[in-house]
Design a protein around this ligand. Structure first.
Ligand SMILES: *[C@@H]1O[C@H](CO)[C@@H](O)[C@H](O)[C@H]1NC(C)=O
Ligand SMILES: *[C@@H]1O[C@H](CO)[C@@H](O)[C@H](O)[C@H]1NC(C)=O
Length: 367
């Protein structure tokens, strides 16, 4: 209870103050959060070192990877940090039938389960956005085949899902008008949501207010104090774009009858650096977005259309990845490859000798 009210208090303080310094506030609050551990880089530390760092120095208690990298799965054994693995988009057709799904599980999951906690298998990434008819047609069969293969292998704790970009919506503003793209609503999303309902697995979405950035709505996108955006359909005054995007997804789910399925935020984030002159991209903005996001999801207050619901959330990304195509894409990380923070969203354990608090302690001789 004490932790809960402290969290709420922090959220309030953040709403009403423009430039809160995390260096002073994060020392007293700790939030748990997931991160996407992307590896498009040639300078990252070995997975064992990453696993040990996350376990001992941060409150990150879950990671998501974009493949089923055996070194990462091995490295997180016994850490208590759960791992969400991803089936490569190109592998989807081959696992759409049970024998293929069983072979995939046998190779990628069973050697590590249950000593490594595998939480979800994400079947591909943003498959609808690929517009690839073969992949789209095989998506739900692959999810079902994996579910059966997991059940047969008695790996029932592992859930199956697939992350979607917000491009699945034809309308998202105002949030109450949110709907799935015509043609996909009944044919694709109703059956996928029925699968989630029956298997108690979540609908995964990748909302990025970052991509909706406009100078006029910057504060609204960044969780800074702003005049709000009214949804005339419901009379709700939205004060941040993240809530508006999630409620648009909720409205679309409700239109096809599945508003009770859990939502997981599989990716969201903000770049801390970009091309020269690129607006909206800075350490300060990345800190505002991700820092307030962590507090918002940890507060448990939900969104206007989903009060008191919690959303397991995975920030993109753990590291700056130097082999990504563009400068902003290379700067989504919370950490540099040498494990120093780009900025601290409140997930560093200051008692463990990381960050400014330990430096202060060292200075006053209480280390
Ligand atoms: C919406 O909320 C904001 C922030 O609390 C406030 O400044 C604004 O006046 C509100 N707008 C409406 C239409 O209620
Ligand atoms: C949400 O939680 C608050 C505080 O516990 C409670 O007063 C409110 O009724 C809840 N709302 C819903 C829709 O459950």
């Amino acid at each position: 209870m004490e932790i809960l009210s402290a969290t709420k208090l922090f959220f309030f303080l953040l709403l009403f103050s423009c430039h809160v310094s995390f260096l002073s506030s994060s020392a007293t609050a700790a939030y748990s959060i997931g991160v996407n551990y992307g590896t498009i880089a040639d300078n990252l530390p070995p997975p064992k070192e990453v696993a040990n760092f996350l376990k001992t120095k941060t409150n990150i208690d879950r990671i998501k990877i974009f493949d089923a990298n055996p070194d990462i799965l091995k490295a997180f054994t016994g850490t208590g940090i759960s791992v969400t693995v991803t089936v490569g988009n190109g592998d989807i057709p081959s696992i759409a039938k049970l024998p293929g799904a069983q072979a995939w599980i046998e190779k990628n999951i069973l050697p590590y389960h249950p000593k490594t906690i595998i939480r979800y298998i994400a079947v591909g990434n943003e498959i609808l956005a690929t517009s690839d008819k073969t992949l789209i047609a095989h998506l739900l069969p692959a999810m079902k085949a994996l579910r059966s293969a997991l059940d047969l292998a008695k790996a029932r704790s592992i859930k199956v899902s697939t992350p979607h970009s917000l491009g699945i919506l034809s309308t998202s503003e105002p949030p109450s008008s949110g709907k799935f793209r015509k043609g996909y609503d009944k044919l694709i999303f109703a059956p996928i949501l029925e699968f989630h309902k029956q298997t108690k697995s979540p609908f995964m979405v990748n909302p990025y207010p970052y991509f909706g950035y406009k100078p006029q709505t910057a504060d609204y996108a960044l969780f800074k104090p702003n005049g709000g955006v009214l949804d005339a359909g419901t009379g709700i005054n939205y004060t941040n774009m993240f809530d508006a995007q999630l409620d648009a997804v909720y409205s679309a789910m409700k239109r096809v009858g599945y508003e009770d399925v859990d939502i997981v935020v599989a990716e969201t984030g903000w770049a801390s650096a970009g091309d020269p002159g690129q607006p909206g991209v800075s350490v300060e903005n990345a800190l505002s977005y991700n820092g307030n996001l962590v507090k918002h999801v940890d507060s448990g207050k939900g969104t206007p259309l989903m009060p008191n619901r919690t959303f397991e959330t995975y920030i993109f990304a753990l590291f700056n990845e130097n082999l990504k195509e563009s400068i902003p894409e290379r700067n989504f990380g919370l950490f540099k490859p040498d494990l120093t923070p780009v900025y601290d969203v409140g997930i560093l354990r200051h008692d463990q000798g990381v960050g400014p608090t330990s430096a202060v302690r060292a200075k006053i001789g209480r280390q």
